[in-house]
Design a protein around this ligand. Structure first.
Ligand SMILES: C[S@@+](CC[C@H](N)C(=O)[O-])C[C@H]1O[C@@H](n2cnc3c(N)ncnc32)[C@H](O)[C@@H]1O
Length: 321
């Protein structure tokens, strides 16, 4: 194992063969602008809740080695260290810049720092030791990869017998419903007889629709995907197609953040993040008639069907043998 060169990256390991290699499929958002990303998307309590739900009473044994894939600045690594106080956590990411933020954050806590290895690697070519890891966690990482299937296969290879891999990812089904609702809002806005959307809201809804269109489907061969961070919206069929041929693994996919108003709530989150608004201000980002369209969308889909149409889902892969 080599290490990332430069004093600012001290303590960050890197497979010797990757030293100096070009980073494909990742942009400055995660590299040179890592601090901006970290400050905007830091949400450790939320990821702690997700990981606790996913693991409590569900693991075959207390993990001694945890592999965290696409760790970023630590949203999932920090809760893993708390939830599994005897475990060693291998935090990996293609961005040494984000790993350096995580390293500095851990710096003051020597107990936790001593249980973490920081490794800069590409999750689609990582050469993990077979059967070495009891728990794999990938929080919002697969949809950024050019070849997420390869990442999942490698993670499965790393799992010990009865080990578990957990990923949290966006799904096409629920986002397709959001896309249709946003298209309905924009069409209604265009008829001109109502309180109009603001320019910023119109722009954001158009951008979200465009994003859903680009990320739908599984053909990512177009050059644009090399310069786009958000590449995928997943389907159940995608994960079945990866796991079934491996043999010896069980697959479970469950929606997260399910509620009777999940499409309205997701829109609040989308607008808050896109427009940089506070929780209080975001309700004013759309006129009442537009919120009503979202409420109608939520009301039109039963709680049962919502389970089949996740906006985001937890993917659990268990090694059975
Ligand atoms: C949305 S962030 C998630 C980070 C962290 N898990 C969290 O929840 O905050 C996606 C992460 O995937 C990393 N990433 C992108 N492409 C990668 C690759 N090929 N191999 C490993 N990590 C990658 C990015 O650098 C980024 O840190």
């Amino acid at each position: 194992m080599g290490s990332v060169s430069g004093p600012e990256f001290s303590g960050i390991l890197m497979p010797a063969e990757d030293v100096g290699a070009a980073k494909i499929g990742i942009t400055k958002q995660f590299l040179q602008e890592a601090w901006v990303y970290h400050e905007r998307y830091s949400a450790t309590p939320y990821f702690r809740w997700l990981i606790e739900q996913a693991t409590k009473g569900r693991l075959a044994r207390e993990p001694s080695i945890v592999l965290d894939i696409g760790s970023g600045s630590g949203n999932s690594v920090l809760p893993l260290l708390d939830l599994f106080p005897k475990a060693r956590v291998v935090a990996t990411d293609l961005s040494e810049n984000l790993l350096a933020i995580l390293r500095d954050h851990l710096g003051a806590d020597s107990e936790k720092r001593s249980r973490v290895s920081l490794v800069c690697l590409d999750a689609t070519s990582a050469d993990y030791v077979e059967g070495a890891v009891d728990l794999v966690v990938g929080a919002a990482v697969l949809h950024h990869l050019l070849d997420p299937a390869e990442c999942v296969r490698r993670a499965c290879h790393a799992l010990s017998p009865n080990g578990t891999a957990i990923f949290f990812e966006p799904f096409e089904a629920g986002n397709a419903i959001l896309r249709l609702a946003y298209e309905r809002i924009l069409a209604r806005n265009a008829d001109g007889s109502i309180v109009p959307l603001s320019g910023a809201a119109t722009h954001t809804l158009r951008a979200l629709i465009q994003d859903y269109v680009v990320r739908a489907g599984s053909d990512k061969s177009a050059p644009i995907f090399r310069d786009l961070d958000d590449k995928w919206l997943f389907t159940h069929a995608f994960f079945k197609g990866v796991i079934a041929p491996l043999g010896g693994y069980d697959l479970e996919i469950e929606p997260i953040n399910l509620s009777d108003d999940c499409f309205t709530r997701q829109t609040l989150t989308n607008l808050r993040l896109s427009l940089g608004l506070s929780e209080e201000a975001v309700m004013r980002a759309l006129p009442e008639w537009a919120w009503n369209i979202l409420r109608e969308t939520d009301a039109a889909i039963s709680d049962e069907l919502k389970k089949d149409l996740p906006i985001e889902a937890r993917i659990t892969i268990s090694r059975t043998a």
